[in-house]
Design a protein around this ligand. Structure first.
Ligand code: ZN
Length: 161
């Protein structure tokens, strides 16, 4: 039997991230909790960084997703601590990113000290590690723009943080 919590979680888990539409908020790891009470559903989200403008869109998309399923009242709680890190991204999410042409974050933010070692970023198109950073800020602040020296294609790298 499917419990109410699981059904509500599944509804929330289908909502996609507006900045990386190939990822759901569950893939990204920002969906923290879904509770169903007498007053409606309370969804807890940890934004990828504070002040992320995508949160307004996610809030609207969640409200819509639940209203389609017959839930009238949806509250979206933002929890800023502990801060989201790319470590919360699921393996399925990383795979989808790569298939989409964005190099997924590598290594674990938690394993890193104050000095951040630059690990080799793999080209999502040809798999070469012979890549270089073009600019630290790509199409969104979550991503850096890279260039592959093997296939000469530019690509986004989802920064580890
Ligand atoms: Zn390449």
């Amino acid at each position: 039997m499917v419990t109410a919590r699981t059904r509500a979680w599944d509804i929330a888990a289908r909502v996609c991230d507006p900045e990386v539409p190939v990822l759901t908020i569950e893939d990204l790891g920002i969906l923290r909790d879904v509770r169903e009470g007498e007053d409606g559903v309370v969804v807890t989200i940890t934004p990828t960084y504070s002040g992320c403008p995508a949160m307004d869109t996610i809030r609207q998309d969640l409200t819509l997703a639940f209203s389609v399923e017959g839930y009238d009242r949806v509250e979206v709680d933002l929890v800023l601590a502990p801060a989201w890190t790319t470590d919360w991204m699921t393996d399925a999410g990383k795979r989808k990113l790569s298939e989409y042409g964005i190099a997924p974050p590598i290594g674990r933010a938690a394993d890193r000290g104050p000095v951040r070692l630059q690990l080799g970023v793999k080209c999502p198109r040809c798999g070469s590690l012979h890549t270089r950073e073009v600019t630290r800020f790509g199409s969104t602040s979550c991503k850096a723009l890279y260039e592959c020296r093997a296939c000469l294609e530019p690509f986004d790298f989802f920064k580890v943080h």
